[in-house]
Ligand binder design. Structure first.
Ligand code: APR
Ligand code: ZN
Ligand code: ZN
Length: 366
């Protein structure tokens, strides 16, 4: 047993239950791991989902995966990070050795075990001698974490922690969908259906890429107001207008890129219908893995395409420092995405706000 460090974590003991603050203990980092003191932790919708629906993560579980903090200790084999570095976590879990990783597609790596400790090793984090699971190997609703170095990206010190934490998940997923998955460019016309935490960043990505038109669609007028602030050129309120007809009129026939950022079959259909000939729909919203989408063949006759997108095709150690730089230059807007800054003890209130339909993030500060 190693010395490690003690602290506090919000722990989930049963699906649908409230998180409970507990004293926990982290072990010393293994050779390729780092111990991070967490300064800020965003509450993402997938934390809420996993707290309510079984996703295969053994309980008790420390949720949270959008973190920013300071490296306190590094394992003996870590060469790219040092104590004192400011870092964020990125849940693009990747081994670094497989073909996908080596050709620059870590978001397609499937060797997720490579960055976790084996069951016969000392657990990274435990309470009263019982091991706890870290969500996605991060476990961010806690004062500290021990993570594999592949999930840890250094960021500039000037970046405030409460916005830095968003970079690894919500921002990377949305910006990356536009910039890297779809490679939007000048002259393109973009439709974003669903302007929540992720969709708003698709809007920003399209703005940064120089898209000619960025049409935001949402049911919630507050989401549309934020989308306009972040770069949408038009905003359409779903349920009040015929979205497909309006998009065709605005663009003179349809968009080149349509992003579905909700995760429901109806809006996938809308995305396909709103494309011009040869356009592509990008499915960013997550649906049940066995959901079946009925796509009329006429779309393919019109040479339209449809693509799945995961984690915005993010290459963490390349893209996240670039996003940090864009923020520091004032070109990437993150402050508008943070609605509430709360202490760890209020984490359950943060979940309640998501259930109430809040758009912008609650961020826990330590
Ligand atoms: N039509 C238009 N807008 C809708 C509709 C609808 N039928 N249903 C929901 N919305 C809007 C909501 O008002 C909200 O603004 O979609 C947005 C969804 O945003 P969030 O709930 O904040 O979800 P977000 O975190 O952005 O994630 C969206 O992307 O990465 C995935 O897993 C994630 O499937 C999820 C999706
Ligand atoms: Zn790999
Ligand atoms: Zn997330």
């Amino acid at each position: 047993m190693s010395a490690g460090v003690g602290g506090t974590a919000a722990v989930l003991h049963g699906l649908g239950e409230r998180l409970v603050l507990e004293e926990v203990r982290w072990s010393e980092p293994a050779p390729q791991e780092v111990l991070v003191r967490i300064e800020a932790s965003g509450i993402c919708r997938s934390d809420l989902t996993v707290s309510r629906i079984d996703n295969g993560f053994p309980l008790p579980l420390i949720l949270g995966h959008e973190i920013a903090g300071v490296v306190e200790r590094v394992g003996s084999a870590v060469t790219s990070l040092s104590p004192g570095d400011h870092v964020v976590a990125c849940p693009v879990n990747h081994c670094g050795r497989c073909r996908s990783c080596r050709i620059g597609e870590p978001f397609r790596c499937s060797d997720h075990a490579a960055t976790q400790r084996r069951a016969d090793e000392e657990p990274r984090v435990s309470a009263d001698g019982r091991s706890l699971t870290q969500f996605i190997g991060i476990g961010g609703f806690s004062t500290h974490t021990v993570m594999h170095e592949n999930l840890v990206v250094r960021v500039p010190r000037e970046l405030p922690f409460h916005v830095a934490c968003l970079l690894g998940c919500g921002v990377a997923t949305g910006l990356g969908a536009a910039l890297h998955s779809a490679r939007v460019g000048p002259g393109d016309t973009v439709l974003v259906i669903g302007c929540g935490g992720v969709g708003l960043n698709v809007v920003q990505g399209a703005r940064l890429a120089g898209a000619r038109r960025i049409i935001a669609v949402d049911r919630n007028p507050a989401a549309l107001a934020l989308a306009t602030e972040l770069g949408a050129t038009e905003a359409l309120q779903a349920d009040e207008v015929d979205v497909v007809a309006a998009v065709k009129e605005i663009t003179g026939g349809g968009v080149s890129h349509a992003f579905e950022v909700i995760g429901v079959p109806d809006t996938v259909g809308q995305a396909m219908d709103a494309l011009r000939k040869g356009g592509t729909a990008y499915l960013v919203g997550v649906q049940r893995p066995d959901a079946v989408l009925g796509i009329p063949f006429r779309h393919f006759f019109e040479q339209k395409g449809i693509r799945g997108v995961a984690m915005g095709s993010t290459v963490p150690h390349v893209h996240i420092p670039e996003y940090a730089d864009l923020y520091l230059q004032g070109r990437l807007y993150l402050d508008a995405l943070v609605a509430n800054r709360i202490p760890l003890a209020d984490v359950n209130d943060g979940f309640d706000r998501l259930l109430d339909g809040a758009l912008a993030r609650s961020v826990i500060e330590f």
